[in-house]
Design a protein around this ligand. Structure first.
Ligand code: HEC
Length: 208
């Protein structure tokens, strides 16, 4: 919240929420959602869907869950937040905000016991730390999955498996003590080893 524009937008969205209403169409031309570090928290406080988590910053969690569970895919409603690992998130912004990404904003986050800070954020131009472009990788899943990759929506696979993403979710430092399951310590150890020796080093490091 360092620049005056963000402050204005914050003030605007605070006043919208203070009225106890969701933004009117007129207000959403300006901004309907203020997304800042406080929009993100313990990943396990979100709603679990299969192996990932969803939420909705405008309260429409039911709409987000319906899209995530639509067997043939569906557009996610405005305000949707989707996370597979604590350090990466997609947020569905106001309609028309970014046609190329179907209004998804991509976030790379830093997380610790103290909370969340936003590393990078943006639309088609956002890369993760190893230079992989969020948008380019997720693009094959555009239709009808609204950019959600999972394992069979056409995206290039990522080199970490569900055991590893599960272990990262269960050890999100913002949630308090880790709730590790059998095999999680080994999965985290493997991830750290890949971070130490892997070709995509910086990327693996970004998970810690
Ligand atoms: C190398 C390609 C690649 C890059 C780069 C990439 N992703 Fe993904 N992402 C995937 C794949 C594949 C999955 C599904 C993994 C699974 O379900 O096991 C995924 C899953 C996700 C999910 C969970 C929902 C879903 O699509 O299944 C989110 C949220 C996400 N990525 C956000 C991001 C963000 C934000 C960035 C950039 C900071 C990013 N991703 C960069 C390929 C990529």
């Amino acid at each position: 919240m360092k620049n005056p524009v963000s402050r204005t937008l914050l003030a605007l969205s605070v006043s919208i929420f203070a009225l106890g209403n969701y933004p009117s169409p007129a207000a959403s031309d300006v901004t309907a959602i203020n997304v800042d570090a406080d929009s993100f928290g313990c990943i396990r406080d979100m709603e679990p869907v299969r192996h990932f988590y969803v939420d909705n910053l405008l309260g429409d969690t039911a709409g987000t869950l319906a899209a995530a569970n639509a067997p043939e895919g569906a557009p996610y409603p405005v305000g949707s937040v989707v996370q597979l690992v604590p350090t990466e998130a997609m947020v569905k912004r106001e309609q028309g905000f970014s046609p190329a990404t179907n209004d998804w904003e991509f976030f790379e986050l830093q997380v610790s016991e103290d909370g969340t800070t936003i590393g990078t954020r943006g639309f088609a131009e956002v890369n993760n730390r190893f230079g992989g472009n969020c948008f380019a990788c997720h693009l094959p899943a555009r239709d009808p999955w609204d950019f959600i990759c999972e394992s069979d929506h056409g995206c290039e696979p990522i080199p970490i498996d569900r055991k590893m993403t599960g272990a990262l979710q269960r050890s999100d430092p913002r949630c308090g003590p880790a709730e590790l399951q059998d095999g999680d310590s080994m999965a985290l150890w493997k991830l750290r080893a890949m971070a130490a020796i892997g070709a995509a080093q910086a990327w693996f490091k970004s998970f810690f």
